[in-house]
Design a protein around this ligand. Structure first.
Ligand SMILES: C[S@@+](CC[C@H](N)C(=O)[O-])C[C@H]1O[C@@H](n2cnc3c(N)ncnc32)[C@H](O)[C@@H]1O
Length: 422
């Protein structure tokens, strides 16, 4: 029987089990939600629904894979204390910049630095050019000159760890790709041999982005009502004492969309920006990739034997099928669920009794085998003593927001919202 799809602009507070929604609203980029074109973020409607349903003002809302901070921004505008974790430094910069309470002085300071950049002469600041082996493959000389000039003005005129510096560095991150030879439409950076791209002028792009972002801050003063705290580290090994020291109370709600198995390599996608901003060096990338959930960076000695058995019958069946075709992929999937189990365990211990964990996942297809991700996550969560209290799916109109999980059976259109209670 075909499921009835319920079209809504906002998710209703009461959703019945297994409903399918289509969210028709295009209003996904208001205030700072539109800062940086972040791949595979979720629409604000989902965390907003969870925050309103499962927490109240003053409560703590955590996102252990905070990405570009969609949950965190919704939390602080709804007057909740927000806490975020992400292993990627650019994601943390985006999340911080989007959730700060900016003062009038911050805005004046940003405008002063804007003037210096718009009036300055493009010069090569060698010490600000990142050290990567094939830089000329990605950037023409005039972009290297322009980007290094902007970076030098920012670093010489703002304080380290200040809101002003973070804001300007995020404008720089948003500028990088447009001034490179890398294709603008794909989230994964690559230089197309077929279509030659003309990189844009860094100062002009930077100023345009800065003006757009600054207008959002000026028009929406007072929207951020509570504080936000973001840390690095691994979502399967959360530094719980740091979170507790900051929040001073247990977490009422965690909301997240973990990375999708085998579908999206954040380290690769964000590396040009991370390297330009000085967050990581090129040589650190392989080790950094290994820490990523759903990573393909698994050594042969590990995957050259049958994938271990789990507690979920559905998962074990799928793993056996995948292993017959591709031993490595079977291990990628197996490891993803082991890591998720660790994460679920840790979030459980941070939650207060009666607190909730809302996890948004999509089922995927690996080597033509269906992976029932939502069912397996529910099995894991039950094993870790959570109770399933709500489950529904939604379709998204905006393709950029949807994660490409294309198996040969076609694009998977739904994401599942799993609501768990401690
Ligand atoms: C699907 S994205 C989250 C997007 C987010 N919901 C948003 O709206 O921007 C998943 C995030 O998990 C992060 N991540 C991957 N592996 C991680 C790990 N081991 N620990 C913490 N974060 C990790 C990635 O950097 C990425 O930002």
């Amino acid at each position: 029987m075909r499921q009835r799809i319920i079209k809504v602009t906002e998710l209703p507070e009461d959703t019945s089990f297994n409903s399918v929604f289509e969210i028709t609203s295009n209003n996904v980029n208001y205030y700072t939600h539109g800062f940086f074109k972040y791949p595979c973020k979720f629409i604000p409607h989902i965390p907003r629904w969870a925050i309103k349903k499962y927490s109240k003002e003053g409560d703590v809302v955590l996102d252990p894979f905070c990405g570009s901070g969609t949950t965190l921004l919704e939390a602080v505008t709804l007057n909740r204390i927000a806490a975020g974790i992400d292993f990627d430094p650019l994601s943390r910069l985006i999340s911080r910049t989007k959730t700060y309470k900016y003062t009038k002085k911050d805005i004046r300071d940003i405008e002063k630095i804007r003037e210096k950049i718009s009036k300055g002469k493009l010069e090569l600041y060698k010490e600000f050019v990142p050290d990567f082996s094939n830089i000329s493959h990605w950037f023409p000389p005039q972009s290297i000159r322009g980007l290094s000039f902007i970076k030098s003005v920012i670093l010489n005129n703002s304080n380290e760890k200040s809101r002003v510096r973070d804001f300007l560095m995020l404008c720089l991150a948003s500028t990088v790709r447009k001034c490179s030879f890398a294709d603008d439409t794909s989230p994964k950076p690559y230089v197309s041999k077929r279509i030659k791209k003309s990189p844009l002028n860094p100062s002009a792009v930077f100023i345009k982005i800065l003006d757009n972002y600054l207008n959002e801050l000026k028009d929406n003063q007072g929207l951020v009502k509570n504080k936000c705290f973001i840390i690095g580290g691994n979502a399967k090994k959360i530094n719980r004492s740091r979170i507790k020291n900051y929040t001073r109370q247990n977490v009422s709600l965690a909301v997240t969309s973990p990375p999708y198995i085998n579908a999206f390599d954040y380290v690769r996608s964000l590396r040009l920006e991370n390297i330009w901003l000085g967050h990581i060096q090129e040589k650190e990338i392989p080790a950094y990739k290994e820490r990523q959930f759903g990573t393909e960076a698994i050594p042969v000695r590990v995957y050259n034997k049958e994938a271990p058995s789990h507690f979920s019958v559905k998962l074990d069946m799928a793993l056996k099928e995948i292993y017959k075709k591709d031993g490595k992929r079977a291990f990628v999937v197996s490891r993803f669920f082991n890591d998720m189990q660790e994460n679920i365990k840790q979030v459980y211990s941070l939650l207060k009794n009666g607190g909730h964990y809302v996890i948004v996942v999509g089922n995927s297809q690996i080597r033509d085998v269906d992976i029932p991700t939502s069912d397996v996550i529910i099995d894991i969560a039950k094993k870790e003593n959570f109770r399933l209290v709500n489950l529904f799916s939604y379709r998204i109109k905006n393709r950029y927001l949807r994660i490409p999980r294309k198996g040969r059976g076609g694009l998977i259109k739904e994401d599942w919202v799993i609501a768990l209670e401690k």
